[in-house]
Design a protein around this ligand. Structure first.
Ligand code: ACO
Length: 291
């Protein structure tokens, strides 16, 4: 379709494979599958869920939101339902909102989902973006605990980069100033990620794994190096899944957990960044038991 090569894509991005949803499959369908899988892993039932938060910037409809459709598909009992659009850092934002709702006793058990069908918003004639984007969903189930496993969030935005990543009407295709985002990521992301760990009460040396937004291997590797985490377990699912925006963190985390790469009851640093321009991160403990 465009003048590119497998070699260019591997060298500049690390991406080797990607997954594209079927034409009639929506971001909602992907979200429902991820929610069902997460719920099955958690051992809980739909009636336990009183909050559903969905992070997405590629919902097929403006209303009802995806969270409402997930609720109906699961047969949940009147949960709070909300979608949140903070593009690639959406999942870390959604997790913070759900965590804070639980701490404030406004909810007990939440499903937090990142879902995207970026392929529906990709300009397949633009080689600078069409080699990056892909589709996916991932989900966490979190519940109230005497020993909360999610740290205070570190989040914010960068007004100077407000137009750097866009899916704007009327074309509604994904455009980005790749270089500006790249520069921000390799010069600023580590500072915010370090702040995230400091606020969590852990030392960087205690953190067992880094699961950052999967935009480009050439961003992930320097980030791990700058944090002194090159010997930790570093998520590099971008190589298998491409850039799946809000889905990339829960997708990478879930694959690593199921492959046995993440030890139980261990701190993992999540850090997302992208469209907005926004970033968010927190330290989460992996589940206590293997599923
Ligand atoms: N195939 C071949 N050549 C290409 C391609 C391609 N697919 N795309 C661009 N090129 C060319 C360019 O035209 C340019 O050619 P020129 O030098 O003759 O002008 C050359 O390759 C270099 O282009 P750059 O844009 O400088 O390439 P760079 O090394 O910066 O890589 C990339 C581009 C991969 C987009 C990188 O900038 C990047 O990853 N940026 C960060 C993106 C990001 O993190 N986004 C996160 C937020 S958005 C989201 O996650 C949904």
């Amino acid at each position: 379709m465009v003048d590119t090569s497998d070699e260019w894509i591997r060298q500049r991005t690390g991406i080797e494979t990607r997954h594209i949803a079927a034409e009639n499959e929506t971001a909602t369908d992907l979200a429902i599958n991820a929610a069902r899988a997460a719920l099955a892993d958690s051992g809980l039932v739909p009636a336990d869920i009183d909050l559903i938060v969905v992070a997405t910037c590629t919902a097929e409809d403006r209303s009802p939101n995806i969270a409402g459709r997930v609720s109906v598909a699961l047969g949940a009992t009147r949960p709070v339902i909300m979608d949140l659009n903070v593009a690639c850092s959406g999942f870390a934002h959604a997790l913070a909102v759900a965590d804070q709702a639980i701490r404030a006793e406004s909810a007990t058990t939440a499903i937090v989902i990142g879902t995207e069908k970026l392929s529906a918003f990709t300009d397949w004639t633009d080689r600078s973006t069409c080699v990056l984007t892909a589709d996916a969903a991932g989900a966490f189930v979190i519940t109230r605990s005497e020993h909360p496993g999610i740290s205070a969030v570190t989040w914010g935005s960068e007004p100077d980069l407000a137009s750097a990543v866009r899916i704007e009407a009327p074309s509604s295709t994904f455009v980005q100033e790749g270089k500006s985002v790249f520069k921000w990521a390799i010069s600023q992301a580590a500072g915010y990620a370090r702040q995230t760990v400091q606020r969590s009460g852990y030392e960087l040396a205690d953190i067992r794994a880094l699961v950052s937004h999967q935009a480009n291997l050439r961003i992930i590797e320097p980030l791990a190096r700058q944090l002194g985490m090159e010997n930790a377990i570093v998520a590099t699912d971008v190589t298998a899944s491409g850039n799946t925006s809000a889905a990339s963190i829960p997708l990478a985390f879930s694959k690593m957990w199921h492959n046995g790469e993440l030890p139980p009851d261990s701190p993992v640093l999540l850090f997302g960044f992208g469209g907005g321009f926004a970033y968010a991160g927190q330290v989460v403990r992996t589940p206590r038991r293997k599923v």
